[in-house]
Design a protein around this ligand. Structure first.
Ligand SMILES: Nc1ncnc2c1ncn2[C@@H]1O[C@H](COP(=O)(O)OP(=O)(O)OP(=O)(O)O)[C@@H](O)[C@H]1O
Ligand SMILES: [Mg+2]
Length: 279
C-alpha cells in the first residue's frame, strides 16, 4: 500500500491575538497520486493550510498537532511553541521537504524569483541545490523543461521582470516539472492571469496532476472540475466537507458546499465558456 502523501493529525493554527483558531483541529489523510482541490471563501485558511506543510507560516502564529509527509513527521509542535521549537520546525521542513519533495507554486510567479538574476541562473541554482547535476547538465534540463511548457529557451537569459505573468507562471511550472517533486502545492496559480492565459496553462496543470500528488488551492470551480480527484471545502478554518469530486459535485452535503456550487455558474462564466468552446 502506498503511504499517504500528507496526513494532518489534530493539526491546528492559532493567532495568539484571537479567540477563534485560524485552523481548527484537523484530521485529514491525503492518498498519493491524487489531486486535492482546496476550496472555500476568502480568509477560510486555504493558504495557511498549504503553507503549513512547508513550514512557511507567519512567525506570530502558533501550531499544535502534527503533519506527516509520507509517514514522516514534518511538524511537531505542541502547546505554545518556543522560538527554538519554531526554528526546529522550520529547519526540518526546509531541509527535508521544501523544494525537492514538495514544490510550491504561488499566485504571482514574480514573487518566486529574485529580480536581480536571470531565470537561467535561478533555474540552474535551484536544480543544483536539489540534485547532483552540474551547471551544464542543469542548463540542459532547464532548456528541456522550458520547451515542455512551450516557452522559447531564449527566455531563460532574461530577468524575471522581462517576462509576462503568464510566461513567468510557465517558467515556474517548468522548474516544478524539472524538480520532479512528490507533491505540488499550487496556491491560486492562475488567478492573477487573464482567462485566455488560464486556459492555455490548463493542460500543463492537468499533466502535473496526472504525474504527481497535488494540492490545488482555488476559488475557481471550473478549474476544480477539470483537475481535482478530491475536494476539501474549508469554511472559517474548518473542513466542512471532504469527498471525491464526482460525489461532491453531484451530492453536496453541507449547505456551504451547496451554496458554492449554486454560485459556480455565475462566477466562472468566462473561463467555462472558453473551455466549452475549445473542446
Ligand atoms: N500573519 C497572520 N497573522 C494573523 N492572522 C493571519 C495571518 N495570516 C493570515 N491570517 C488570517 O488567517 C485567516 C486565513 O488566511 P488565509 O490567507 O489562509 O486565507 P485564504 O483562504 O487563503 O483566503 P484567500 O482566498 O483570500 O487567499 C484569515 O482570517 C487571515 O486574516
Ligand atoms: Mg489564499
Amino acid at each position: 500500500m502506498n503511504k499517504p502523501i500528507i496526513r494532518f493529525d489534530n493539526f491546528s493554527i492559532e493567532n495568539p491575538d484571537s479567540d477563534r483558531p485560524l485552523i481548527a483541529p484537523l484530521n485529514l489523510t491525503l492518498p498519493p497520486y491524487r489531486t486535492l482541490a482546496l476550496v472555500g471563501e476568502s480568509g477560510s485558511g486555504k493558504t495557511l493550510l498549504g503553507r503549513s506543510i512547508l513550514g512557511l507560516l507567519p512567525e506570530q502564529l502558533n501550531t499544535t498537532g502534527n503533519i506527516y509527509f509520507q509517514d514522516k513527521k514534518i511538524i511537531s509542535v505542541t502547546g505554545t511553541p518556543t522560538v527554538d521549537d519554531k526554528q526546529k520546525t522550520n529547519e526540518i521542513a526546509t531541509l527535508e521537504i521544501r523544494g525537492k519533495a514538495v514544490s510550491f507554486i504561488m499566485q504571482n510567479a514574480i514573487n518566486a524569483f529574485d529580480p536581480l538574476f536571470s531565470l537561467q541562473d535561478q533555474f540552474c541554482e535551484t536544480l543544483q541545490k536539489h540534485t547532483a547535476l552540474s551547471y551544464r547538465q542543469a542548463l540542459i534540463k532547464a532548456q528541456q523543461s522550458v520547451s515542455k511548457v512551450k516557452l522559447s529557451s531564449a527566455l531563460l537569459k532574461r530577468l524575471p521582470s522581462q517576462l509576462s505573468g503568464g510566461q513567468l507562471q510557465r517558467m515556474m511550472l517548468a522548474l516544478t516539472f524539472a524538480l520532479e517533486p512528490e507533491l505540488v502545492i499550487a496556491d491560486e496559480p492562475t488567478s492573477a492571469l487573464d482567462s485566455l492565459t488560464q486556459f492555455e496553462l490548463l493542460p500543463l496543470f492537468k499533466q502535473m496532476a496526472k504525474e504527481r500528488s497535488m494540492i490545488f488551492i482555488t476559488h475557481d470551480l471550473a478549474l476544480v472540475q477539470e483537475l481535482a480527484d478530491d475536494i476539501a471545502v474549508l469554511k472559517r478554518g474548518e473542513i466542512v466537507e471532504f469527498r471525491a469530486k464526482s460525489i461532491l459535485f453531484s451530492h453536496p452535503q453541507h449547505p456551504y458546499t451547496q451554496y458554492l456550487l449554486a454560485m459556480r455558474a455565475k462566477l466562472n462564466q468566462p473561463f467555462a465558456r472558453l473551455v466549452r468552446k475549445k473542446q
